[in-house]
Design a protein around this ligand. Structure first.
Ligand code: ATP
Length: 228
């Protein structure tokens, strides 16, 4: 298969806190068109490594680059090309679902923001709560709003930490297919997951984070690891 351009590169990357290494070293290149999963047990260091790969946390050793640049989430260029959904809830209490999505769509200059908003409302099955405020949503609906906000905007790299969390099984399946389609439309995706079915459908490769190490493997090995 012909590879697209390198979107994310990690070289000898060791992630951790202060002097304490949690996992690594990781050497990997993620190209446009690829979905890199990150799997491993609770506390292994997946989220720490993911944050370090995108510059949200300082590396203990080694380097990460996004689109050939040092990752910097305060740079406008980085923010225009990288869509990130980590394990956090971030809402404006006074904006409805539709208003949130409209804000993101307009903020990123989408040519037809209203149509894009309605498409995401349909995809994430949020129509009955489109005019509801975040505190009127279920936890799964709030997660869908954050996912819709991550997908609605343009990006070259999509970064997701356990995107399946709080979703029902059917929606997990739809999400996995959407992630795979997204990569095929010339983006790279890096995502932490605990869901074997999501990994099987979406990932083209994976990193197993385990025992302080980080090893790049094929999707089947990663899926077996989640299932074991
Ligand atoms: N802010 C922090 N300061 C110090 N250590 C931390 C901090 N956050 C997490 N850790 C530790 O780093 C290790 C890795 O945590 P991390 O959240 O990266 O794991 P994970 O693989 O993503 O786990 P999970 O599957 O449970 O989400 C854990 O031992 C955790 O206790």
């Amino acid at each position: 298969m012909k590879l697209g351009k390198a979107v994310l590169t990690a070289e000898n990357l060791v992630a951790g806190y202060g002097e304490h290494a949690v996992c690594g070293p990781l050497d990997v290149e993620v190209f446009s068109g690829q979905v890199l999963g990150m799997v491993g047990e609770n506390g292994a260091g997946k989220s720490t490594l993911l944050r370090t790969m995108i510059g949200a946390q300082a590396a203990i050793e080694g380097d990460a680059q996004v689109l050939g640049l040092m990752p910097d989430d305060r740079s406008a260029l980085f923010r225009s090309k990288v869509s990130v959904l980590l394990d956090e809830d971030a809402y404006f209490d006074s904006l409805t679902v539709r208003e949130h999505l409209s804000l993101v769509a307009r903020g990123h200059g989408l040519p037809n923001p209203d149509a894009a908003v309605e498409d995401e409302i349909d995809f994430f099955e949020l129509r009955t709560v489109a005019d509801a405020f975040p505190d009127q949503l279920s936890s799964g609906q709030r997660r869908k709003l954050l996912l819709a906000s991550a997908f609605i905007r343009p990006f070259e790299l999509l970064v997701l930490d356990e995107p399946e969390q709080r979703l029902d099984t059917r929606m997990r399946g739809l999400l996995a297919q959407r992630i795979a389609r997204t990569a095929k439309k010339n983006a790279a995706v890096v995502m932490v997951t605990h869901d074997a079915d999501v990994a099987q459908v979406a990932c083209t490769r994976a990193v197993i984070v385990d025992d302080g190490g980080a090893q790049v493997v094929g999707t089947d090995e990663a899926v077996a690891r989640i299932r074991r």
